[in-house]
Design a protein around this ligand. Sequence first.
Ligand SMILES: Nc1ncnc2c1ncn2[C@@H]1O[C@H](COP(=O)(O)OP(=O)(O)OP(=O)(O)O)[C@@H](O)[C@H]1O
Length: 372
Amino acid sequence: MGVKFKNVTKTYPGHRPAVQDLSLEVQTGELLVLIGPSGCGKTTSLRMINRLEEPTSGTIYVDGRDVCSYNPIELRRGIGYAIQQTGLLPHMTIEQNIELVPRLLKWDKKRRHERTRELLAMVDMDYDTFASRYPRQLSGGQQQRIGVLRALATDPPVILMDEPFGALDPLSREVLQTELKRLQSKLHKTIVFVTHDIDEAMRLGDRIAILRDGQLHQVGTPQELVQSPRDEFVAKFMGRLFAFPKTQTTVDLIRQFMQKGTRRIHQESPERGQIVQIDHLPLWCWLDRDGTLLGVSSEPPTGADQWARERWTDAQLAAVKDTDTPDVALKRLIDGNTEALPVINEGEQLVGVVTHRSALKALSNVGVGSEV
Ligand SMILES: Nc1ncnc2c1ncn2[C@@H]1O[C@H](COP(=O)(O)OP(=O)(O)OP(=O)(O)O)[C@@H](O)[C@H]1O
């Protein structure tokens, strides 16, 4: 169930086109990021998908069907929508907020209740603690989580997100991005995600579409945009991410750009060692007492079998060496569809972490360094 724009133009009366001749296809199960300078038409493009705006000309298809052929109310009920202002209703509890669309779709009470529990569990929020609270009794990050859960409530195949994490502090933002990535790796929704933040775009996007003055300027995977920017505009746009200090000219080895990472102890055992989570990344490492990396997991290990060998990917397969080159790291990240890799030294001890972003950053410095 993909989304397709075909020659879509939107002109508000008396203005130049907000969106101009946009043709773009979002594949089923893909997370596509719309990004570009303020006023370039991101929100307008998004809102035309669920008919909060109508195109002046051109056609938008959802699941191969022209959106104008749907009843707009039904269309909106079938498409998740999460926005920066969360849209949570202040006089309703968290449970009532999450249940809004299921109620409209006349789900019975038992089914609604089970779904709300399931959704809260997906973001590690305890039902008994949070369901009966009001939005103002939640932190900004928790409110945004509920906004996202509400968009997921009826399990719609298509979800629109308009700067859902835009109002959060950098740390909460990173945590929610990680959560969204984790959810998406299981749910495979078709997501159109608007952001201002190139960092967020690189972390989340399977592909990124850069809009400029209402037009599609370039679309590609993060790697394609970094390595083959269409022009100076894209290079500079991506370059914001890659503002290296001038003294640093080339990056040859992973150890030159990896992050050391903060380790948070997840589990500890005198016989078995430690399980640590690195930064807020979906990366759990099992270390022995000397810091040697024994296993890696992208899921938080839980339950009685968390130390079981088969739960863990072997360190040799899941880690890179600090003497490897950035392209080795990027290839492993892309092939494994993982967000981060642990880095080991000659003695197989954990010494750092490489993320998608840092590998791209290192490569861009080597490859298109003079252009950005
Ligand atoms: N209801 C409206 N009436 C007139 N012009 C509008 C309306 N809504 C948006 N516009 C104009 O359309 C253009 C695109 O706006 P849009 O909100 O889609 O941009 P955006 O890329 O999402 O911007 P931002 O990043 O600042 O949120 C802007 O020039 C804006 O002023």
